[in-house]
Design a binder for this molecule. Structure first.
Ligand code: HEC
Length: 181
């Protein structure tokens, strides 16, 4: 009986999380936080991530991982991270269509999308030099947008060698090169 209650509380919690994720995706008003289950249990905070939160959560980690994967010549993972980063930026635009009266979506497509395509081309060609050049330009485009949107002090750079240790719990090497378990 005790276990059943715990499961019910957990289920209620995950439904609420799913509901708030949908609210973020559609930029609909956040649903009222559900009342905490009687006798304690999960409490869902009414937290709506803002632009800087979304950048820090969704965009920045993919930008770093994209670089690490490509330095390991793990083109499959690099392609995946690039895709994740592009769709994350699209989701930011859907969530926050206008930032200080500037259309986010239009800015992403004009400043950023061509750079993503160039990086995708380098990944498809499995060409390290081409990748590094295209990644540098992509990174400049991050900063172009920060300047255009009145945050010139947010300076993104191409990671240095220490980036390889940024995610100690993830193996960035191509699968074939990983040691046998
Ligand atoms: C559409 C324009 C745009 C693009 C493209 C863009 N950013 Fe941003 N970014 C912003 C704005 C605007 C803010 C500040 C938001 C705020 O203050 O709420 C921001 C904030 C950030 C922050 C938060 C700063 C912090 O340390 O908390 C990070 C990190 C960031 N961006 C990383 C990136 C990276 C990496 C890229 C490129 C892969 C990128 N951004 C591309 C507009 C953009």
């Amino acid at each position: 009986m005790k276990t059943r209650h715990a499961v019910a509380a957990l289920l209620a919690g995950s439904v609420a999380i799913a509901a708030s994720a949908i609210a973020i995706a559609t930029a609909a008003p956040a649903p009222a936080a559900p009342a905490a289950p009687a006798g304690g249990g999960l409490q869902i905070l009414d937290f709506k991530p803002a632009f800087d939160d979304l950048m820090t959560m969704l965009v920045q980690p993919r930008h770093t991982k994209l670089w690490i994967a490509a330095q390991q010549q793990n083109w499959q993972l690099a392609g995946f991270q690039l895709n994740e980063m592009g769709s994350a930026l699209r989701r930011v635009g859907q969530t926050i269509p206008k930032y200080r009266n500037i259309s986010v979506e239009a800015t992403v497509s004009s400043i950023f999308t061509p750079k993503i395509q160039a990086v995708a081309g380098a990944i498809a060609a499995k060409n390290q030099q081409q990748f590094n050049a295209a990644y540098g330009e992509l990174t400049n485009a991050c900063n172009l947008c920060h300047e255009a949107m009145e945050h010139p002090f947010l300076v993104i750079k191409v990671p240095d060698a220490s980036a390889a240790n940024a995610y100690p719990d993830q193996d960035f090497r191509p699968i074939a090169a990983a040691p046998a378990k």
